[in-house]
Design a protein around this ligand. Structure first.
Ligand code: FCB
Length: 460
């Protein structure tokens, strides 16, 4: 950024033509535009100021991530949060969704509190509020304290109490300034594909069903804590909902897609919002459900947090857990550079289904485009593909809103390029490019485009 706030792209004075912007006519006047990130993916400083290790630190040290990348430095947001909040201000977003790293505030997951870790989030929240940006705090975006994983993690029923205690700490410390809280980000993703080792003597399916139920109990317990401790709290959980489609016309693939769909899309929202597990899952879950549990899980919520990227294609695989695996995408389907299908109609379909199934206002808390952006010789990052993607997806959202789906906000994943889990730093989802050598942020073309869209939407 230069002192005029123009990017290094040399496009000073650029204005996106109105015809480039999607229609936002169906959206509410108080619609919220935002961006999302998560702690492990951007913070770095993993060994600083008393933070304890998370399961992702340990997994990275085992060399499991592409290019042996780790979260040790990431985007160095821990030290550069002021610059990042300034970027958001320049973007014009009204809200920022981030997560608290549980092991930064409770290094062993429970017991002694790490004051410097809490102080970091105090500084971040105060900086956001001073910039006029509403903080949306997610309690859990996958960085479980390793000490809790060693004690059995989510496979222990006690994990719900650990999480409630952690939620109490966060609510008490930040609830004077933060009102928007999410309990979990994408519980189905870390339950199905998490990195915890199997429990000796138990099948993976057994561990999975325990995890699903205990995470649901933890959600319910945290909602109660947040309601009690934070007057005026607005609470939800964030689910990854993508249509699961068979990758061929075979009956076996169709059956596998149905099974995958129930675990991926329904295992958490159904009990949380309707007080029941999908019927097909009950025989496997029931052994872990105690009297009163479903009422403990189904606590009143204010909204449904939806993350959506693309449909998932599924094939039957007898040797895989629950008999499903990822299958081939349809030949010729348009894909993002990292290979995810581009299908805005599937987004519209998902919004309609979620709206109808759960009856809650929807905030889209992640949607975005993964690629391999690099600066051009002039230093500009021209990401036209991302702009096209966002335009089509926002159009699809606008149409769903015109049809009466109650959608209240849209947050792009992500503000910055960051640590994309197993793919390390190779996949870039940011509106701002991060040069990992210098840690310099370079707003991409999509950054200016989104800023223009927010401005135009607010002037309507
Ligand atoms: C979502 C995750 C987020 C990010 C995006 C690309 O499933 O919640 O952390 O990795 O995918």
């Amino acid at each position: 950024m230069n002192s005029n706030g123009n990017s290094a792209s040399g496009q000073a004075g650029h204005l996106t033509p109105a015809s480039e912007l999607p229609s936002t006519i169906g959206l509410r006047p108080d619609f919220i535009w935002g961006v999302s990130t998560s702690s492990f993916q951007i913070e770095g400083a993993t060994q600083e100021d008393g933070r304890g290790p998370s399961v992702w630190d340990v997994y990275c040290q085992s060399g499991g991530v592409k290019n042996h990348d780790t979260g040790d430095i990431a985007c160095d947001h821990y030290h550069r949060y002021r610059e990042d909040v300034a970027l958001m201000k320049q973007l014009g977003v009204q809200a920022y969704r981030f997560s608290v790293a549980w092991p930064r505030v409770l290094p062993l997951g429970r017991g002694s509190v790490n004051e410097p870790g809490l102080a970091f989030y105090d500084r971040l929240i105060d900086e956001l509020l001073a910039a006029g940006i509403e903080p949306w705090l997610c309690l859990y975006h996958w960085d479980l304290p390793q000490a809790l994983a060693d004690a059995g993690g989510w496979t222990c029923r006690e994990s719900a109490a650990w999480f409630a205690d952690y939620a109490t700490l966060v609510a008490t410390r930040f609830g004077d300034r933060v009102k928007r809280f999410a309990t979990f980000n994408e519980p189905s993703m870390f339950s199905l594909f998490g990195r915890s080792p199997d429990t000796p003597g138990r099948s993976r399916e057994d561990d999975l069903h325990r995890t699903i139920h205990h995470v649901n109990l933890a959600h319910g317990a945290a909602v109660d804590v947040l309601r009690e401790k934070v007057p005026g709290a607005s609470i939800g959980c964030i689910h990854n909902v993508q249509p699961c489609r068979p990758s061929s016309g075979s009956e076996a693939d169709a059956a596998a897609a149905t099974v995958m769909g129930s675990y991926w899309n329904n295992a958490f929202p159904d009990p949380q919002c309707r007080g029941e597990y999908p019927a097909s899952m009950r025989p496997a879950i029931d052994p872990f459900v105690q009297p009163g549990d479903l009422a403990r899980i189904r606590r009143p919520l204010d909204w449904f947090g939806l993350n959506h990227y693309s449909p998932v294609y599924v094939r039957a695989e007898a040797t895989a857990m629950l008999g499903f695996d990822f299958g081939d995408k349809p030949a010729g389907a348009p894909l993002t550079p990292i290979g995810w299908p581009i299908d805005p109609d599937a987004f519209g379909e998902t919004l309609r289904i979620v709206g109808k199934s759960y009856g809650l206002p929807i905030y889209v808390l992640e949607n975005g485009y993964g690629s391999f952006d690099e600066p051009d010789p002039a230093g500009a990052v021209i990401d036209t593909g991302r702009i096209r993607f966002l335009r089509a997806y926002i159009e699809a959202m606008n149409s769903a809103a015109c049809d009466g789906v109650d959608i209240r906000g849209y947050f792009i994943w992500s503000l910055l390029d960051n640590f994309e889990w197993d793919q390390g730093y190779s996949n870039r989802f940011g509106l701002a490019y991060v040069d990992y050598a210098s840690l310099r942020r370079i707003p991409k073309s999509s950054f200016r485009w989104y800023a223009d869209l927010i401005k135009a939407a607010q002037q309507r």
